[in-house]
Design a protein around this ligand. Structure first.
Ligand code: CA
Ligand code: CA
Ligand code: CA
Ligand code: CA
Ligand code: CA
Ligand code: CA
Length: 379
């Protein structure tokens, strides 16, 4: 017994010093200094996905598919921007892999009327073909199948990059589904998605131009706001419906905020009565900025993901996504997921991956706490 506990102690000491001396650990010291200086909150991930199969800057964006039949079996649909799509379970195990090309950003919506059915769809930007890919989620297995298109969806932008879906809740445009992409040339293309004889028809509805490279895009289905990340400028807000006009308002100016270029992934935490948050990846200082969802989009603070519980922290994050709903015993209060630009396995830098953080771990660090509502389902 005695020698066993001595061995356990020795192992613990070794593990402790390995963690402290690892490059991941050094990365964390820098992070803690930034957090202290800027007043950022620190959280830890509780799991990470398997690394993507491609080395270098490969993992990019993700969308969480909520499985209403069995929330613990929800999935992470992620992009390997040098290969295609990868689907993981909430333990981070790879389930499926779709080598469709250089798919950069991805998004998901439910209840798209198709062939007399109400289906769950994902859309993604394909930089190999400069097209938009649309797929259906098999809600039994989480598998993806390509949706038949009436015609290839080609943006006017020469280099498609960011992406969001938008399902309108505006009474005049109720449940209309839109695909919105943006290119490295700052050109934003928008289509309405419709069904036509068993195929998806993408009806082009507008183009909006930004002055420089943009990627992060997220549409708020309930408020009708569209947020656009202009990488070295900040976050713009405009109407997601073309009928709302093209007027833009800069809600986060990189020159006057705690965000640091590039602005990358954007996502929305939905709460009732338009409560909840817009969250942005501030890639330049490895943090995530939280804004209120309502009118003024007030900045509420930022957090960073540091190492702990056997999972390294995140840095240089591209895509993020969040879901407020109960996802079973590991994530009963929802989950926030972030791409990690430098994934360490002990001392070794390995291929990039995605980190999962319990939403309540994040919400409870903020002063005052952020909203925790695991029952509100977005309309
Ligand atoms: Ca990257
Ligand atoms: Ca996304
Ligand atoms: Ca980018
Ligand atoms: Ca990216
Ligand atoms: Ca890391
Ligand atoms: Ca790791």
């Amino acid at each position: 017994m005695k020698s066993l506990s001595k061995l356990a102690l020795a192992l613990l000491v070794v593990a402790f010093f390995t963690a402290c001396s690892s490059p991941g650990g050094k990365d964390d010291k820098k992070k803690q200094a930034i957090a202290q200086e800027k007043g950022f909150y620190l959280v830890q991930a509780s799991a990470e996905t398997e690394p993507v199969e491609t080395a270098e800057d490969a993992a990019d964006d993700l969308a969480i598919w909520y499985n209403p039949e069995d929330p613990g079996k929800s999935t992470i649909i992620a992009t390997n921007k040098l290969k295609g799509l990868v689907v993981y379970n909430l333990d981070g195990k790879e389930l499926y892999n779709y080598p469709l090309g250089n798919l950069n950003n991805v998004d998901i919506r439910t209840k798209f009327g198709f062939n007399g059915d109400s289906i769950t769809i994902i859309g993604a930007t394909n930089r190999t073909e400069n097209t938009i890919v649309l797929m259906q989620v098999n809600t039994k297995t989480g598998e993806l199948t390509e949706l038949p298109l009436e015609k290839t969806i080609k943006p006017k932008s020469k280099d498609v990059y960011g992406f969001t879906l938008y399902k309108s809740k505006d009474p005049k445009h109720l449940n209309k589904m839109f695909a919105i992409s943006i290119g490295t040339d700052g050109k934003m293309d928008q289509w309405e998605l419709l069904e036509n004889n068993g195929k998806v028809k993408a009806r082009f509805v507008r183009i909006v131009k930004f002055d420089s490279k943009c990627e992060g895009l997220v549409a708020d289905d309930e408020t009708g706001n569209l947020f656009v990340g202009e990488e070295t400028v900040g976050i713009w807000k405009m109407a997601a419906l073309p009928s709302g006009g093209d007027k833009k308002e800069l809600i986060a100016d990189l020159k006057k905020s705690k965000l640091e270029a590039d602005v990358e992934g954007l996502t929305i935490y939905y709460g009732k009565n338009k409560g909840g948050y817009l969250i942005a990846s501030s890639q330049g200082n490895d943090s995530y900025a939280v804004f209120s969802r309502d009118g003024s989009n007030k900045y509420l603070g930022s957090f960073m993901i540091t190492q702990g519980g056997g999972v390294d922290g995140t840095s240089d994050t591209d895509g993020i996504d969040v879901l407020n709903l109960n996802l079973g015993s590991n994530y009963p209060k929802g989950v926030f997921i972030a791409q990690d630009g430098y994934n360490y396995d002990g001392e070794n830098l390995v291929n990039q991956n995605f980190k999962l953080v319990k939403w309540d771990e994040i919400a409870s660090q903020f002063k005052p706490w952020l909203l925790i509502d695991d029952t509100y389902e977005k309309q």
